[in-house]
Design a protein around this ligand. Structure first.
Ligand code: ADP
Length: 482
């Protein structure tokens, strides 16, 4: 494999290129008109503009991407995450055109992309499932009967769902019919497939997932867990590895389940098996993501394994050369997703130009970013600016390191999740590891950040005033002596 095309943008395109160039592989970037000035375009050995800003005319256009792959004579295509990464037709089209797809085959993507089909495989593999309907439900009465049987609250989910979309929590019987109607129409609009199913809603859960790698020989291995319970809109904001509440025995059981699931579906490449865990530490299968995850760096920092390098090696036909018992967590890693979002305004996207952008630097700090000062954050794509990742010898050190790194991260021009990160990571419920996916709802009040911002602005104004009076005072006598 001498040359690969990266069918993605921003930080993940840059991150894949870093590993590719270390492995002596040349890279081709494809970009939209909105991304012309982005670092990943410059960092690639070659770059081709494939269309205007809207994703369906650029990053989601399979034909255009394949055409570039042919004209640039690449050997393989890496899809990154998001966009076409979990699109079975893309994986198939890449292979049909004679290129290697750096990821699993279309069958595994298709099977795991449908949450109901994935539940069926998980059941076959003996992985615990959240009680739920076995097939899609269309008749509201039948669905309601089932909800009563498993007991409220329940969650209605889109079978084809993803990205935290298409989910409705139903607290009581009276709300069921209207919520089901909304869930179905949301699913149809967002995913072009109105199929929904009903699951028991786990109260105060933790989101814990297992990273796996599987080779073409059907051998899979667990690269341990990540905890991703700090979420907004059912989407992750802070992730860490290892989880503060998972011990060696639980880690082994969850890992074994994830490996069994991967092996039973003939999985190949990197993948993630997501679980939800209740207050008694009982865990249940949620879904499997058949791609590299946004939060993969925390796993890399505690295992020392480059996941992108292994995706490439597996795609080249290499076999896994590590043994399960050799994979042990080393130290602790935390990641904060730095989104251009305003945490003082319901985490709404905040667009604008990065008038100041200075990421922190230093030992045990890794910033995977896709932007630089002066660039505009386009409205067309996911508003993630970067991922701030730290490593410490233990969790307390990682927390201290993260708080220091956040305070050194300078961004102006757009609002970001950095102040939220500081609030969350410094919170007693985060520090003691008891936090759940309800963290934001339970503890976060926008007013607290607004107050903190005000006092910071006040302190900055005082410093400015002090500086001003000092200069004025020292200026005058100098002037007089002149
Ligand atoms: P998506 O594919 O959209 O990301 P997931 O099924 O992975 O959806 O769930 C995303 C998040 O939604 C979980 O991390 C969790 O916070 C919440 N969630 C999903 N299912 C349940 C459930 N049965 N009980 C409680 N929370 C849930």
């Amino acid at each position: 494999m001498k040359k690969i095309l990266i069918a993605n943008r921003g930080e993940i395109a840059s991150r894949i290129m870093r590993t590719a160039s270390k492995m002596g592989i040349r890279t081709v970037a494809v970009f939209s008109g909105a991304d012309r000035k982005m670092p990943f375009v410059r960092e690639a050995d070659e770059a081709v503009c494939i269309g205007p800003a809207p994703s369906n005319q650029s990053y989601l256009d399979i034909d255009k991407i394949i055409k570039v792959a042919k004209s640039k004579k690449v050997d393989a295509i890496h899809p990154g995450y998001g966009f076409l990464s979990e699109n079975a037709s893309f994986s198939a089209a890449v292979q049909e055109a004679g290129f290697t797809f750096i990821g699993p085959g279309p069958e595994a993507i298709e099977m795991m992309g449908d949450k109901l089909a994935a539940r069926e495989v998980a059941e076959k593999a003996g992985v615990p499932l959240v009680p739920g309907t076995k097939s899609a439900v269309t008749d509201p009465e039948e669905a309601m009967k089932f909800a009563i049987e498993i007991g409220f609250p329940v969650i209605i989910k889109a079978a084809a769902g993803g990205g935290g979309k298409g989910m409705r929590i139903v607290k009581e019987k009276g709300e069921f019919a209207s919520q089901m109607k909304r869930a179905t129409s949301e699913a149809l609009n967002a995913f072009g497939n109105g199929a929904v199913f009903v699951e028991k809603y786990i109260e105060n859960p933790k989101h814990i997932e297992i990273q796996i790698l599987a080779d073409k020989n059907g051998k899979a291995i667990s690269l341990l867990e990540r905890e991703c319970s700090v979420q907004r809109r059912h989407q992750k904001v802070i992730e860490e590895a290892p989880s503060p509440i998972v011990d060696t025995e639980l880690r082994r059981r969850m890992g074994d389940d994830a490996v069994r699931l991967a092996e039973i579906c003939g999985y190949e490449s990197a993948g993630t098996v997501e679980f939800i865990m209740d207050e008694e530490k009982k865990y249940y299968f949620l879904e499997m993501n058949t791609r590299l995850q946004v939060e993969h760096p925390v796993t890399e920092l505690i295992t020392g394994i480059d996941l992108v390098a292994w995706q490439i090696r597996i795609a080249r036909g290499e076999m896994l050369d590590m043994k399960q018992h050799e994979i042990k967590p080393f130290g602790h890693s935390i990641e904060l997703r730095v989104y251009a979002e305003d945490p003082t305004n319901d985490f709404l996207p905040s667009t604008g130009t990065l008038s100041l952008y200075q990421p922190p630097k230093g030992e045990n700090i890794r910033v995977d970013d896709g932007y630089e000062q002066g660039l505009e954050v386009p409205v067309y794509y996911d508003p993630m600016l970067s991922k701030l990742i730290v490593w410490g010898k233990n969790r307390d050190e990682a927390i201290a390191q993260m708080l220091k790194a956040i305070s050194e991260y300078m961004v102006e021009g757009v609002a970001t999740t950095l102040p939220f990160g500081k609030f969350a990571i410094d919170h007693p419920a985060f520090r003691d590891g008891t936090f759940t996916t309800k963290f934001v709802e339970q503890y976060f009040r926008q007013e607290k950040l607004i107050e903190a911002n005000k006092s910071r602005a006040f302190a900055a104004a005082l410093i400015g005033l002090h500086h001003y009076t000092k200069t004025v005072n020292t200026y005058r006598p100098i002037k007089r002596t002149n």
